[in-house]
Design a protein around this ligand. Structure first.
Ligand code: KG4
Length: 344
């Protein structure tokens, strides 16, 4: 790259992870994530508790990110933060911290759309490693706790939503069905774990009938609930006795729904490079099912972010900050958090 080295501090605080990262150009030097355990007993994120925990965590997390990167504050060229979407109280902590840090160190402030950042996580490199990156244009399935979108990525900061969920997100489907089975929050990773020991063809659940490239997951959740309610009438140990098969079948159904529309988008746009990102992209079944469907022999190439960059993290905020820095796209000190979707 022709420019001088650019060092960015990235801050992520949109939901229940407080994270800070240092990136030098596109290479990550540290990525610290403090996940909040306080929500577990409530079966979901409690916004008020999340913002308080961010408030406690932010300084130690940033300190550690700077120390681990082996740099000094003076070397940081800009600070990038998640502006939204997310919980407004949580976002406020990151936004306020970033403003103060920018002022105190006299450096530019960069606002980042959390969803764009999930997509750009594919471009994060690590020291002494060459991670395979997609080339433009490519399709990205962004699947997280709050979003399920098929995105046409034309350039680093030029993206278009081709389809999205009209109700629940894929991560919500995983988490809500896991809750029905009595599993703790967030249920997605646990469903993944049990599914690996189960048979995905044991049970079938209804799939949504929705035109075009949009998704719907609320019907699946209801059909899963009624199915279990009927089975439990016959055998009150049905969930315990079939947990692995239930998880495997549920996971297979959700992933099939996701992949079917994604492949439809690929055919429609004639794009052969397909990426997935967001928390649900950590799902092992989704990775295998997609690789099977979009195997190279069919002319497709698939891209998966590293697991640490799939779920919420500040490295993806920092890399997005880097691309915005190159364009001189800076925010002003009167910027406010934005809880709803911004760009995507
Ligand atoms: O991207 P993320 O960390 O947070 C946002 O929603 O922005 O995604 C969290 C979601 C949760 O719904 C969680 O259950 C799901 O990602 N998730 C998984 C897996 N790991 C995280 N879902 C299925 N399988 C996984 N391995």
């Amino acid at each position: 790259m022709a420019h001088k080295d650019i060092i960015i501090l990235g801050i992520e605080s949109s939901c229940d992870d407080t994270s800070a990262a240092i990136i030098k150009n596109n290479t990550i030097f540290s990525n610290i994530i403090s996940s909040q355990e306080v929500h577990k007993i409530y079966g979901g994120v409690v916004p008020e508790l999340a913002s308080r925990a961010h408030q406690q965590n932010i300084i130690p997390v940033v300190d550690k990110a700077i120390n681990d990167a082996n740099i000094t504050k003076k070397e940081i060229d800009a600070i990038a933060f998640t502006r939204g979407p997310g919980l407004v109280g949580s976002l406020l902590v990151g936004v306020s911290f970033a403003k103060g840090f920018a002022l105190a160190n006299n450096i530019p402030l960069i606002e980042v759309d959390h969803l764009q950042a999930h997509v750009l996580a594919h471009f994060i490199q690590e020291k002494d490693e060459n991670h395979k990156v997609p080339s433009f244009p490519f399709l990205c399935l962004l699947v997280s706790g709050g979003n399920s979108q098929i995105i046409l990525v034309k350039d680093y900061l030029e993206m278009e939503v081709l389809g999205q969920t009209i109700d629940d997100a894929a991560g919500e489907a995983f988490d809500k069905c896991a809750k029905i089975m009595g599993l703790p929050y967030p249920g997605g990773p646990l469903v993944d774990e049990y599914a690996q020991k189960g048979n995905p063809h044991s049970f079938t659940f209804s799939k949504p009938k929705i035109d075009g490239l949009d998704y719907s997951f609320s019907g699946l959740k209801t059909s899963f609930l009624y199915f279990l309610r009927d089975k439990l009438k016959e055998d009150n140990q049905f969930i315990n006795n079939n947990l692995n098969d239930l998880c495997a079948s549920l996971q297979f159904t959700i992933n099939n729904i996701l992949i079917e529309k994604l492949m439809m988008a690929a055919k429609k746009t004639n794009i052969k490079q397909i990426a997935i990102s967001g928390g649900v992209s950590a799902n092992s079944g989704l990775r295998t099912q997609l690789s099977e469907k979009a195997d190279l022999k069919f002319g497709y190439e698939t891209f998966y972010p590293k697991l640490t960059y799939s779920t919420d993290n500040a490295a993806m905020i920092a890399i997005t900050g880097f691309f915005k820095y190159l364009k001189g796209d800076f925010a002003s000190q009167n910027v406010t958090p934005y809880p709803r979707n911004i760009v995507l």
